[in-house]
Design a protein around this ligand. Structure first.
Ligand code: 6PG
Length: 265
């Protein structure tokens, strides 16, 4: 079943969600590599995608891809050095990067330790890699996203976004920026994030959402009135590419329509 251009895949449990998302990831990467000889992906941080990273880096799976032609970016990063416990780079290092033979130059880390400057540096790195100029926006083959129980995604939190006159979702004042430095929570913790325009330009977006604590937000994001200021993950309703939500039954327990896509294995 699709909502707009979104496909909702309801999985038995978190392990099943990781399996299906990993199969889909490998499938898209293989298709890109055979079609154009390269695959660009922006990974998500947080806890949820760890099982996906573990599956695609397992012996027997990782060999399916030529990692020399895959470029890895991040959807967001915390304002911390790479060895910090909160680092999204570090969160990907153990389950994925350490297990792959991937050239250093293919790993485009957001240098969170550089503070606000990290956003401008990351933006420069994307422009340099994708060869975009002016208002052109880099087009990732795939962006992986998670969602918090408040409906945030990447580092785009409630109250951060507006719907512009042209209907696009933006961070006010970020202009045509590709990456933004934002402050989050009472402590005003620094985070660097892809902006909505980059997320919505991706050829494909995968969300991974699991756990009952996210059920209320997920039903608002998928079925509620369009209000990305309250539920930032709704920004993908403006996505140009295909959006696939891999959700477990717990997270899907609040969804109204019972005929969502999903296939029994
Ligand atoms: C991050 C992520 C963030 C994450 C959600 C869900 O930096 O943490 O970009 O958007 O995807 O907070 O996190 P969990 O997967 O840990 O629930």
């Amino acid at each position: 079943m699709s909502i707009g251009t979104a496909e909702i895949v309801i999985c038995r449990d978190e392990a099943d969600m990781h399996e299906r998302a990993a199969d889909a990831f490998l499938d898209r990467a293989e298709a890109c590599l055979s079609r154009k000889g390269m695959f660009t992906v922006a990974l998500s941080g947080g806890r949820t995608p760890k099982g996906l990273y573990e599956r695609i880096s397992m012996p027997g799976k990782k060999e399916l891809l030529d990692w020399r032609r895959i470029h890895i970016f991040w959807g967001d990063e915390r304002g911390v050095p790479p060895e910090h416990d909160d680092s999204n780079y570090r969160m990907v290092l153990e389950p994925l990067l350490r297990k792959l033979r991937i050239p250093k130059g293919n790993v485009h880390r957001i240098k969170g330790e550089k503070g606000d400057n990290a956003a401008a540096e990351y933006e420069k790195e994307m422009i340099g890699f994708f060869g975009t100029s002016g208002n052109a926006v880099p087009v990732f083959d795939l962006i992986l996203l998670g969602m918090g129980s408040d409906g945030h995604t990447a580092s785009l939190f409630p109250g951060m976004l507006i719907v512009a006159d042209d209907g696009s979702v933006k961070i006010p004042g970020s202009g045509a920026g590709l990456a933004a430095a934002v402050r989050v929570g009472d402590a005003g913790r620094l985070r660097i994030t892809l902006t909505p325009v980059v997320i919505n330009s991706a050829r494909e977006i995968f969300f991974l959402v699991s756990g009952r604590e996210k059920a209320a937000a997920l039903s608002e994001v998928l079925e509620g009135r369009f209000d990305p200021e309250r539920f930032p993950a709704q920004l993908v309703r403006r996505a140009k590419g295909k959006v696939t939500w891999f959700v477990d039954k717990e997270a899907a327990s609040g969804l109204g329509s019972s005929d969502y896509g999903g296939y029994e294995r």
